[in-house]
Design a protein around this ligand. Structure first.
Ligand code: TAP
Length: 475
């Protein structure tokens, strides 16, 4: 029997997503059994087992890489850019047509609020496919050569399962590569639904292969001799291990890793707007965001006012059922991630910082953590230095712009930052000094397929998105 989830986001509309009891691997255009082992994927809001999913072995990875190679040699590398574009446009349109189904499944498997998967994740997924479809027959204008690399091995995390898939697959295919993608163990279901969409779009078999599994499956993929390119998004620790393992091989690598972004609020900022940006910066997607504004740097003269308004705003956040369209903060993705958030929060208190969260009733089953703000944080505290990847904000203060820049850059990471001020000249001056791949001004967590995204320092290298995103997949 299948699990059938009913979801009625509005009285006039109703949609159902069907989850099969078990899933195989998607290799060579069809769903096939894996070598035998499997794992369970769980709804983090209820702890209910959703499905049994095949755990790809190294033999399975080998089959998938060989299927991708055949598809590359025999079909995909022989198609014109315009022909490839037709498939990508078709996939983009099917994503739009099936967007409700994708959004509901994403929220069930990941725990994110439906209003985010519906209004942010899935529309962006379609937008990335449309955007890169547009490039497929214009690669000579990209400035990076026009020859694809071959077979790409792509490994993605659980925080934006579909969006990370789109960031990886759309540019790779547009440039003429074929792919083997491994989704994260806790969120495999939307990647498998995407595999169905590839079938529906009549994408030639083997152009996209999805091999589910845990870290060992990802390792087998990135270490496979048959791939030409590794694209990885995940933790800095695993990124470093991957960089070591591919050193000295012919493989090209891009790494999108962790972050500890500073969200800097100056005393001339529109405070209510900044408070919205702080809330969006750290509580969007439960703070499971690599570029989350997890360090608030607020100018001393307005710190009290900002904190007071921030707490008032936090008290209005609704935490709970990801499928309720009024929910602002959903479930933590896994028990392991919840344990990590709890551990670092306890460390914060033990080190002398003060935690505050608005009174809120958390469901008794599932993985939950109330939005929390820490004050009295110093730069030496672990909660100011380490990525928590949860709804936990560390607040530090500064007096001068120079001090703000120094504190913002005092991190091994360099993925993103935010600046809130009324002065355009200050935005330009500060942005220039921040060692971060993306700097948002008077906004936060804005994504667009035309913009390159990527890090400095330990946040990785290479860019995804925009024209720059093509470079990673062309010779
Ligand atoms: P990781 O533990 O690094 O996992 C990322 C992916 O790599 C997962 O699919 C994982 O499999 C797989 N993996 C684990 N060990 C591997 C190995 N030795 N070789 C190859 N693949 C391996 O990160 P996570 O916990 O999923 O994600 C959170 C981290 O990702 C955060 O640090 C966050 O900042 C970062 N992140 C960065 C970005 C960008 S764009 N920079 C975006 C999102 C997330 P399993 O999960 O199945 O074990």
């Amino acid at each position: 029997m299948s699990n059938v989830f009913e979801y009625a986001p509005a009285p006039e509309s109703r949609s159902i997503v069907e989850i099969k009891p078990s899933y195989g691997l998607f290799i060579g255009g069809e769903f096939v059994d894996g070598g035998g082992a499997s794992f369970k994927t769980v709804n983090p809001a209820t702890e209910e087992v959703l499905a049994e999913v095949a755990e790809g072995s190294s033999e399975d990875v080998d089959r998938a890489v060989k299927a991708a190679r055949r598809a590359y040699d025999k079909v995909w590398s022989k198609l014109s850019g315009a022909e490839r574009a037709k498939y990508l446009y078709r996939i983009a349109r099917i994503i739009q047509e099936r967007s409700r189904e994708l959004a509901v499944l994403e929220s069930i498997d990941n725990g994110k609020p439906i209003k985010e998967s519906r209004d942010v994740d899935v529309p962006l997924v379609a937008a990335y496919f449309f955007y890169y479809a547009g490039w497929a027959d214009k690669l000579e204008y990209a400035g990076f050569g026009t020859t694809p690399l071959g077979v790409a091995g792509q490994v993605i995390p659980w925080n934006f399962p579909l969006l990370m898939l789109a960031w990886k697959i759309a540019p790779a295919l547009a440039c003429g590569n074929t792919v083997v993608l491994k989704p994260a163990e806790t969120t495999p279901l939307t990647a498998l639904l995407f595999a169905e969409i590839c079938q529906q779009a009549d994408l030639p078999p083997g152009v996209v292969n999805i091999v589910t599994g845990a870290g060992a499956t990802g390792q087998a993929l990135v270490e496979h001799e048959g791939i030409d390119k590794v694209a990885f998004t995940g933790s800095t620790a695993v990124g470093k291990a991957i960089a070591r393992s591919v050193a000295g091989t012919r493989k090209r690598v891009t790494l999108e890793l962790g972050g500890k972004a500073a969200n800097i609020v100056f005393d001339d900022a529109p405070i209510d707007q900044a408070v919205e940006g702080i809330v969006n910066g750290i509580f969007f997607n439960q703070g499971h965001v690599c570029c989350a504004g997890s360090r608030l740097l607020v100018q001393e003269s307005v710190a009290e006012d900002v904190l007071e308004r921030l707490k008032r705003r936090m008290a209005t956040l609704r935490v709970g059922d990801p499928l309720d369209k009024n929910t602002d903060v959903g479930a933590i993705n896994s028990a392991a991630q919840l344990a990590r958030i709890r551990e670092l929060s306890s460390v914060g208190e033990a080190e002398g910082a003060e935690a505050w969260s608005a009174p809120c009733d958390l469901p008794s089953t599932g993985f939950w953590f109330a939005p929390t703000v820490f004050t009295g944080v110093t730069q030496a505290h672990r909660i100011a230095r380490e990525e928590i990847f949860g709804p936990v904000l560390s607040v530090l203060t500064f007096r001068t712009p120079a001090e703000a820049v120094e504190k913002a850059n005092n991190t091994p990471f360099g993925l993103s930052a935010g600046v809130w001020t009324d002065k355009g000249s200050r935005i330009l001056k500060i942005a220039d000094k921040l060692r971060a791949g993306v700097v948002w001004a008077n906004t936060f967590n804005k994504f667009d397929p035309t913009s390159p995204f990527g890090g400095y320092k330990e946040s990785g290298y290479g860019r995804e998105g925009g024209r720059h995103g093509l470079e990673a997949y062309l010779r």
